[in-house]
Design a protein around this ligand. Structure first.
Ligand code: PXG
Length: 293
């Protein structure tokens, strides 16, 4: 069945959901996005995602002609229109239609697109066996460039890194910052476990301030596990007891190898398993109801 796409205030069939070739989102990657999950009829961390969308927009001086409440209502409406209970919702805001030339001044009005669909990023077997991770040549951009906190429509750094990881035999790619310290993976944040202590790089090392990452801190308190932010190198990951990645799409997934060195004994670790279980339970038991009849 054709999906219903929310496009600038109307729900249209996916075949009719089109943007102009003069949209600056297409011409220059000028825009921002969010990826959100919903489970059992409830949207997980919807308000946090919408807040991050507004933060990304603010950073690129893109003023949304919709309020937070309107964006939330449109997101829920799109999910309902597709009669989905479980899935992924992608919000995109583009600078809108303008003339050729970098300046956004020619763009009169931003466009918003909301797509709700099914998703499975990794097969179940990857959650059981764990992912092999390969370090990418492409680095995470620095804060002196466009902030790596902006979820912009130009994800080419991450796309290239993902390709490099796949070519190198990895299911996910590790991205370092300009100094060679670990930032994150191409679409996930990274955590390690060593001697019972959980750590993750501080966001200032270049990783996205992931919403799932934040949830791990909350779950850590509930599980009585200490989590520290610590600058780390590839060596720290290779010599860790356990490693796991977090992201809206991937959820919590074990990583068992870095650059062809097994992490721990090369199988998903017990603490990782506890976080996976706690995360799955939380997503099924919280969130904003999709609503409707
Ligand atoms: N790092 C980067 C670079 C991301 O883009 C995450 C980490 C995880 O953040 P959250 O807030 O989701 O815990 C992301 C998230 C997609 C897609 O296709 C988007 C992301 C990841 C994977 C796929 O929409 N973004």
């Amino acid at each position: 069945m054709a999906l219903k796409i929310w496009l600038d205030g109307s729900l249209v069939d996916e075949g009719e959901a089109k943007v102009s070739v003069f949209d600056h989102g297409l011409l220059y990657g000028d825009g921002v996005f969010e990826g959100i999950r919903f489970y059992s009829g409830r949207v997980f961390r919807l308000h946090e995602h919408v807040e991050r969308l507004f933060a990304s927009s603010k950073a690129i001086m893109l003023e949304l002609p919709w309020s937070r409440e309107e964006v939330i209502a449109a997101t829920l409406e799109t999910i309902r229109a597709n009669a989905l209970q479980e899935g992924y919702v992608r919000l995109l805001v583009t600078r809108g239609v303008g003339s050729l030339g970098l300046s956004p001044d020619s763009c009169e009005r931003p466009s918003m697109i909301i797509i709700a669909a099914d998703i499975q990023l990794y097969p179940q077997s990857d959650y059981e066996a764990g992912l092999k991770v390969v370090t990418c040549a492409t680095r995470r951009p620095t804060h002196s460039s466009l902030s790596p906190q902006v979820k912009s429509l130009n994800y080419l750094n991450n796309v290239m890194a993902k390709v490099e990881a796949a070519r190198g035999g990895g299911r996910e790619g590790l991205m370092l910052n300009e100094q060679g310290y670990v930032a994150e993976c191409t679409g996930d944040n990274i955590f390690i476990v060593k001697k019972g202590l959980v750590s993750t790089p501080p966001v200032s090392d270049g990783g996205l301030d992931g919403i799932t990452r934040g949830v791990i801190f909350e779950l850590g308190s509930e599980l009585g596990v200490t989590i520290r932010e610590r600058t780390m190198t590839r060596f720290d990951i290779m010599t860790a007891d356990e490693c796991f990645l977090t992201g809206t799409a991937a959820e919590v997934i074990p990583a068992v190898e870095l650059d062809h060195r097994p992490i721990g004994d090369g199988t998903p670790g017990p603490l990782t398993g506890r976080f996976i279980e706690a995360y799955r339970s939380l997503v099924r038991n919280s969130g904003t109801p999709i609503g409707g009849a």
